[in-house]
Design a protein around this ligand. Structure first.
Ligand SMILES: [Zn+2]
Length: 105
């Protein structure tokens, strides 16, 4: 999976198309991600000590990683990535548009 936590991504298909947000969680086994402010659903909470009357809360729902593009940290454009291995053996993600390394936060 080429998307990592804290990456900025742009949604390119589905109902949230066009939205941008920060990745808050990746679910590698399902190739899905949670993106801040994208694909919000209402979740019903059962009665508990914290919510004695029950509650409805808004929560991000996972979207498929193929529905987003990574936003480059250099040129700020949504892009697909290439990989480049450094002399130290790390894999860097390279923006296909500006050829700069996409940094992780
Ligand atoms: Zn770029």
């Amino acid at each position: 999976m080429n998307i990592r936590k804290n990456d900025l991504v742009k949604v390119i298909s589905g109902s949230s198309r066009g939205k941008e947000g920060k990745v808050i969680r990746t679910i590698t086994s399902k190739s899905k991600i949670l993106v801040q402010g994208v694909n919000i659903i209402w979740k019903h909470m059962k009665r508990s000590q914290q919510h004695p009357h029950g509650a409805r809360i808004q929560k991000e729902s996972p979207i498929n990683v193929s529905n987003v593009l990574l936003v480059c940290t250099s040129c700020n454009k949504p892009t697909r990535v290439n990989y480049k291995t450094t002399s130290g053996g790390d894999k860097n993600r390279i923006c296909k548009k500006c050829k700069q390394v996409i940094t992780e936060s």
